[in-house]
Design a protein around this ligand. Structure first.
Ligand SMILES: [Zn+2]
Length: 333
């Protein structure tokens, strides 16, 4: 079985379909037909923008407001990832989006960690299949008036760092507010020793990537628009900045138009530290094995290139040197 690492996977965009149905039933919500439910959860080829894409998060968000629901979703998602051959995953979510009812950011994070720990304790490997290890990335949100909430997320990331949480991120609709406005939160993260990645160059252009670099990011969520700026591309290669590329998601949000010209191979051969990730499994109706297969079929991605993508992900992972040794050994077998 092939082994995979996902560094860019959103919890709310990846709630397993069966888990959505299970939780809707538990909440006594009317369950539509599978076809209609899939339309509510996943985009189709008519999706026009990142903002339209983000509409698909409405229903999952309703099912992510209690401790039980969050723990269940983390557990079920990890179970699915293990079946796909993942050996390491970093799962991200924004605690402040799950405080609409009884939860606080702290109890949201505790619920997700409970799901993670239950999975780690429960997982049984058959046929010498390696274990799946995972960590949580806490997203700050690009909203207008949420400075207090974002700073709270940073402080909580420090509290739970090495206890389930591995880093932070900046997510949400790109464009209205530039990344650089969020610099104070990442200054604080640097001070506290919290690793981070920043979404940039997805819907927005190269400038948003430059801003993320100015904020100290060594990992960029997407970053695919760097190709419009050769100087920036050179800089990213020199600094060995990691790009967390997500092919299908980029097609869905129209960040990129043609899969056949998806530049991951090109960037790889230029020496860029690229990785391949799934972003939102349910919204984009994909998973990491499918992403690899898609690029094999559409761009002739080779197994050597796949190994490099895997090893880049090991280098970039927010995890311990011992875990990196385990992950490198898995691919060399
Ligand atoms: Zn993302």
């Amino acid at each position: 079985m092939k082994k995979f690492i996902d560094l860019h996977l959103h919890l709310d965009g990846s709630v397993p379909f069966t888990t959505v149905k299970k939780l809707m039933a538990e909440h006594n919500l009317p369950i539509p037909s599978d076809h209609d439910l899939r339309q509510q959860l996943s985009v189709n080829a008519n999706c026009k923008s990142l903002d339209q894409f983000l509409e698909k998060f409405a229903l999952p968000n309703k099912l992510m407001q209690t401790r039980h629901d969050l723990e269940t979703i983390v557990y079920d998602l990890l179970t699915e990832l293990k079946q796909q051959g993942l050996v390491y995953a970093e799962i991200r979510f924004a605690p402040q989006l799950h405080t609409k009812n009884e939860l606080t950011q702290k109890t949201v994070i505790e619920a997700a960690i409970a799901g993670l720990n239950r999975f780690l304790a429960d997982q049984q490997s058959k046929n010498n299949q390696p274990e799946l290890h995972a960590g949580l990335i806490l997203c700050l949100m690009r909203f207008k008036n949420n400075q207090v909430e974002n700073m709270k997320t940073v402080e909580l990331a420090k509290k739970f760092l090495h206890h389930g949480v591995v880093g932070i991120d900046l997510a949400g609709s790109e464009g209205p507010i530039p990344n650089i406005k969020y610099k104070p939160f990442f200054d604080r993260a640097i001070k506290l020793g919290i690793p981070f990645t920043i979404h940039a160059g997805e819907a927005a252009g190269p400038d948003s990537i430059r801003q993320a670099l100015a904020m100290g990011a060594h990992r960029i969520g997407h970053g695919i628009h760097c190709i419009e700026d050769p100087e920036l591309t050179k800089e990213l290669i020199q600094q060995q900045t990691v790009l967390e590329c997500c092919a299908t998601s980029n097609m869905d949000t129209k960040a990129f138009n043609r899969i056949t010209s998806y530049p991951i191979k090109n960037l790889l051969h230029k020496g860029m530290k690229v990785t391949l990730n799934s972003d939102d499994m349910t919204v984009s109706n994909t998973n990491l094995p499918r992403e690899y297969k898609l690029l094999e079929e559409k761009t002739n991605l080779t197994s050597e290139e796949e190994t490099t993508l895997y090893l880049n992900a090991v280098d970039a992972a927010f995890t311990s040197p011992d875990e990196k040794i385990r992950l490198r050994a898995l691919i060399q077998k």
